[in-house]
Design a binder for this molecule. Structure first.
Ligand code: ATP
Length: 216
């Protein structure tokens, strides 16, 4: 489904990724672990096409996509949720979701099935549809960021620390929602340090100073 071969990335002269190769199969949950600065965010950003200068081969559904801009990768089924969430904080929950709906849809024609699905996954959001994102807790914002990405109908989710820095009760809700999505066949590549999804993963990769050093 996703195959990465010999990926290198540089911030100016400083190399952040060294010859990274990995794959994520249909419906697989793969976790990338590593210390702060190991290159987890750089790797995910390179895969969605918003990373620094990179070289290497990225294949999605048998097509090389490394030259594609981010929006084309997103349209092809890759969904990315950044560590800093990147919400429109002045907009409401519903507006944040609506903005992510595929172009051509209107508020009335919002892809109803996807909306119902994200509401079922995150009932917490249903009670705050008209609240500005700026007035939500960190965990609620994290749920909204994931829900917004789900509105694009991704087949593979690239998630940067989805359970980091949020209240324990929301960690459990986030974990359960992600495992539910995995059961429904959404593949995931998740960067995390806190071992919450790793114990449910098909494979755990460890990134050390920009290199994959072991796979289980
Ligand atoms: P964290 O968990 O702290 O986010 P990470 O594993 O995601 O860490 P990256 O953020 O990908 O690691 O960083 C990998 C390396 O690239 C680090 O040495 C970091 O200092 C460097 N780096 C990251 N972003 C930039 C940037 N915008 N400019 C220059 N160097 C950067």
């Amino acid at each position: 489904m996703l195959k990465v071969e010999g990926l290198n990335a540089w911030y100016g002269q400083a190399q952040a990724l060294f010859d990274v190769s990995l794959s994520v199969g249909e419906g697989e949950l793969v976790v990338i672990q590593g210390l702060n600065g190991a290159g987890k965010s750089t790797l995910l950003q390179s895969l969605i096409g918003i990373g620094p200068r990179a070289q290497g081969r990225i294949t999605w559904q048998n097509e090389p996509i490394q030259t594609w801009p981010a929006h084309r990768r997103a349209r092809a089924g890759l969904g990315f949720v950044a560590e800093d969430r990147r919400l429109f904080t002045g907009l409401s929950v519903k507006e944040n979701l609506w903005i992510a709906a595929p172009s051509g849809s209107s508020a009335q024609a919002m892809p109803a099935q996807r909306f119902e699905r994200v509401m079922a996954l995150f009932p917490q959001l249903q009670t705050m549809l008209h609240r500005p994102a700026s007035q939500m807790s960190g965990g609620e914002q994290q749920m909204l960021a994931l829900a917004r990405t789900l509105m694009t109908g991704p087949r593979l989710l690239l998630l940067d620390e989805p359970c980091e820095g949020i209240a324990p009760v929301l960690v459990a809700a986030m974990r359960d929602a992600l495992l539910q999505l995995a059961r429904e066949g959404v593949a995931m590549l998740v960067a995390e340090q806190n071992n919450i999804l790793a114990r449910h993963a098909q494979r755990v990769l460890v990134l050390t100073s920009g290199r994959i050093d072991s796979a289980a």
